[in-house]
Write a protein that binds this ligand. Structure first.
Ligand code: BGC
Length: 757
């Protein structure tokens, strides 16, 4: 139905329009009954519905409806599977339609800057390309049902400490390349109906009243067409927010902020047209939903099965010294309460009232020979002598031991950050004690963010299950006993220790958080710094093996208008069917700017039978090679050579090839009195002039002061040719004046002339 929204807005009173700009209550938008504008409901969240009906709270304390808890983002991102994420979104869209929800509050795409962020379990990755692609696929799945998403938290919300008031201080290149880029991809590829602005400030301005963020970048540059809502309670100054591009304040402000909007229009400090436009944007999204209601039937059981599939496709096998898969004949001991009571989701606003949770103990078949001993309590950090003693005894007599370790709920949650990266000490101690009596040990981890693993070299098997969603037990049973071949890879680096993380010295401090590591986040730092890590980004094992060959590139000479295709063959060289995630990284060889050693620009997941070969293909364009150049206020890749890397992880590069890029983009010339001769020499446009000045400088410095041969050689030792060259190269142009090589006016004329080109 074509609706005349402008007309509708014109029929609304000022109070009705201002009222539309904040929630009716915790979860509903206001409607205007007399004009047929319905009041619609929104609800968390990214990995399942948290629809609260009565006595709503936003911390997940009151019960919400029973729903399927799918694997949180920390795990699903490890699937590296766009199609699966689309199917995931599709299921959420159907559930939302069936439950009368107009917008689902997710996905959350904030970058994992530090392993300490309490909310990392809700976020996809340390890499913006992976986070953006994953989010876009999920959003397209949900919105295929005309249910909106709210991509969050926009932007640079990377810690929980002081999240409602701190300022994330980062330079523009860092923001564009790392912290905004996943949002950009999602907006361009999936046009989320809504964007949720974050609580924090960015370089001193609240996200909720930041015109650069909400209008210049989001709408004018990226073409966002939906509406922006605030995170719950993120509004600082309502009128400033509206002007900046924040359409909806959530939840209700009890009318206080609505009245501010009314007064601002009345006293002329807010143009009513701004309000009209905001209301129109919201109406468009509201009616997109209400005009496309679907009679959805979904079953919780079918979605439970999908939750299991996502978990199976995402868990990451990190170590396997010929110990997995387990088989039914072996005498196996399971240790750790997580085997009976798995930790499968995190705390806070995304917490789902799961309709059915499977533990691995519920999920193993009767044919297996498994004994369970508790060993430690899942929610405690206290070493229990009796429980531990029993576990050590049981471990002695087993063929293999599987320890289900992990972080208790209290260690990580929305609202606060972790203070260290360790497992509870009682668990580390027990793992060591088991290893003293048993060499065949596998550890399964349940955690929302990486942990230090002091026992890593001694265990034979390690499975990163992260937070597996409500079907975690069935997925674990199938992977551990080999019914399913693991195929997830890490969406983040696991460093050996917290202090290796690039944000270690500046994370979470005070009101002003300086993002001093800049663009060097995650593997961009570890790989460039050649820092050894426990497990690199993109890493994950399978029960089979894969070989890569035959790298082909459609053209090796490209211009900035070209799109090229890169393809490679992958062969399953083992004896089991399996899936491989192939990654494409780009390395800048031009040496024109400081950049990470490599950056992810493509990935694909393929399923291969034993002996089978398939071709994977990737498309690259100018942007795949580019970095954000603040001099141009645009993405820029210099002319020169670039390397294409086809890899099994960020540190396991299998195939490489070079391409040569030629760009017509030119950087604006900005030559001034403090430009150095070296800078003049390195730019083709100023090189000739630079050479001329250099000649004069050389003569100036090079004239031997003393003619005596001996002394002249000692003078040469003091000022070698290399030193002379370096000195001249770092000489600012103002010195050509002070050394009397050019008049001041002459230099100024020259600079003006040059800068005009
Ligand atoms: C969280 C959001 C969430 C909202 C509503 C806030 O505290 O930051 O992610 O969507 O509450 O529950």
């Amino acid at each position: 139905m074509e609706r005349n929204l402008k007309k509708l807005v014109s029929q609304m009173t000022l109070e009705e329009k201002a009222g539309m700009c904040s929630g009716l209550d915790f979860w509903h938008l206001k409607g205007v009954e007399r004009l047929g504008i319905p009041s619609v409901m929104v609800s968390d969240g990214p990995h399942g519905l948290r629809k609260q009906d009565e006595a709503a709270d936003h911390l997940g304390i009151n019960d919400s409806i029973k729903a399927v808890c799918f694997p949180p983002a920390v795990l699903s991102a490890c699937s590296f599977d766009r199609e699966l994420m689309h199917t995931f979104g599709d299921a959420i869209g159907k559930e939302a339609q069936a439950n009368d929800l107009s917008v689902v509050l997710g996905p959350a795409v904030n970058i994992k800057r530090s392993p300490l962020c309490g909310r990392n379990f809700e976020y996809y990755s340390e890499d913006p390309y992976l986070a953006g692609e994953t989010a876009a696929a999920f959003i397209n799945g949900v919105q295929a049902h005309h249910v909106g998403t709210s991509i969050k938290h926009f932007a640079a919300n990377n810690q929980e400490f002081n999240r409602m008031s701190c300022s994330s201080n980062a330079d523009e290149r860092t923001l564009r390349e790392i912290y905004l880029s996943a949002f950009e991809t999602a907006v361009k590829k999936s046009q989320p109906y809504t964007v949720m602005c974050s609580y924090n400030k960015i370089n001193g301005t609240f996200a909720s009243e930041n015109p650069w963020l909400l209008t210049d970048v989001l709408r004018d540059e990226w073409g966002f067409e939906g509406y922006v809502m605030s995170d719950w309670g993120a509004v600082n100054d309502r009128v400033a927010g509206l002007k900046a591009g924040l359409e909806l304040e959530m939840p209700s402000s009890g009318g206080i902020n609505d009245r501010e909007i009314v007064s601002a229009v009345q006293n002329g400090t807010l143009d009513e047209a701004v309000l009209d436009q905001a209301v129109e944007r919201m109406l468009k999204i509201i009616f997109t939903y209400t005009d496309h209601r679907e009679d959805q039937e979904f079953t919780l059981e079918a979605d439970h099965a999908l939750a299991k599939q996502i978990a199976e496709e995402s868990m990451v096998l990190l170590k396997n010294d010929s110990i997995l898969p387990l088989n039914d004949e072996e005498k196996i001991v399971f240790i750790g309460e997580f085997a009976a009571k798995p930790r499968y989701q995190g705390g806070g606003s995304s917490h789902i009232n799961s309709y059915r949770v499977s533990s691995i103990l519920d999920s193993i078949t009767e044919k297996t020979n498994v004994t369970y001993v508790k060993g430690f309590q899942a929610d405690s950090d206290i070493y229990d002598e009796d429980l531990a003693g029993e576990a050590i005894e049981a471990a002695k007599n087993a063929d293999k031991v599987v320890i289900f370790a992990g972080l208790p709920d209290s260690f990580e949650s929305e609202g606060y950050d972790r203070t260290h990266m360790r497992l509870p000490d009682c668990q580390n101690r027990l793992i060591d004690e088991i290893l003293a009596v048993q060499s065949q040990v596998i550890v399964v981890l349940h955690n929302g963010s990486p942990v230090e693993m002091p026992w890593l070299s001694k265990v034979k098997g390690l499975l990163e299950a992260y937070l597996g969603g409500q079907a975690v037990g069935e997925a674990l049973a199938d992977i551990l006993f080999g019914k399913v071949n693991p195929s997830g890879k890490l969406a983040e680096t696991i460093p050996y220790k917290l202090s290796d993380n690039p944000s270690y010295l500046s994370f979470g401090d005070g009101e002003d958080v300086e993002y001093s590591e800049g663009i060097f986040v995650g593997y961009r730092y570890y790989d460039t710094k050649e820092m050894p890590v426990a497990f690199p980004f993109g890493y994950g094992l399978s029960y089979t093996t894969f070989a890569y060959s035959n790298l082909r590139i459609s053209q090796k000479e490209l211009s900035d208008a070209d799109t090229i295709t890169v393809s490679a063959d992958v062969t399953n060289t083992g004896d089991r069917e399996g899936k491989e995630i192939v990654q494409l990284y780009v390395r800048d060889l031009t040496g024109t700017v400081r950049r990470p050693l490599k950056e992810l620009k493509g990935y694909d997941k393929v399923s291969l039978k034993p002996g089978e070969t398939k071709t994977v293909s990737f498309t690259l364009d100018y942007r795949s090679f580019a970095w954000y150049n603040t001099r141009l206020s645009d993405w820029y890749a210099a002319s020169g050579d670039y390397e294409i890397l086809i890899a099994a992880s960020s540190q396991d590069v299998r195939l490489t090839e070079q391409v040569h890029l030629t760009t017509r983009k030119v950087l604006p010339l900005n030559v001034h009195a403090n430009t150095t001769l070296g800078e003049l020499l390195s730019d083709e446009r100023t090189k000739a002039l630079g050479l001329e000045f250099k000649k004069r400088m050389d003569t100036f410095f090079g004239a031997p002061a003393i003619s005596d041969e001996e002394e002249s050689s000692s003078a040469k030792e003091a000022i070698s040719d290399e030193m002379n060259n370096a000195m001249v190269a770092s000489m600012p142009l103002r010195n050509v004046v002070t050394f009397g090589l050019l008049g001041r006016e002459e230099l100024e004329n020259l600079l003006n002339e040059m800068n005009q080109h």
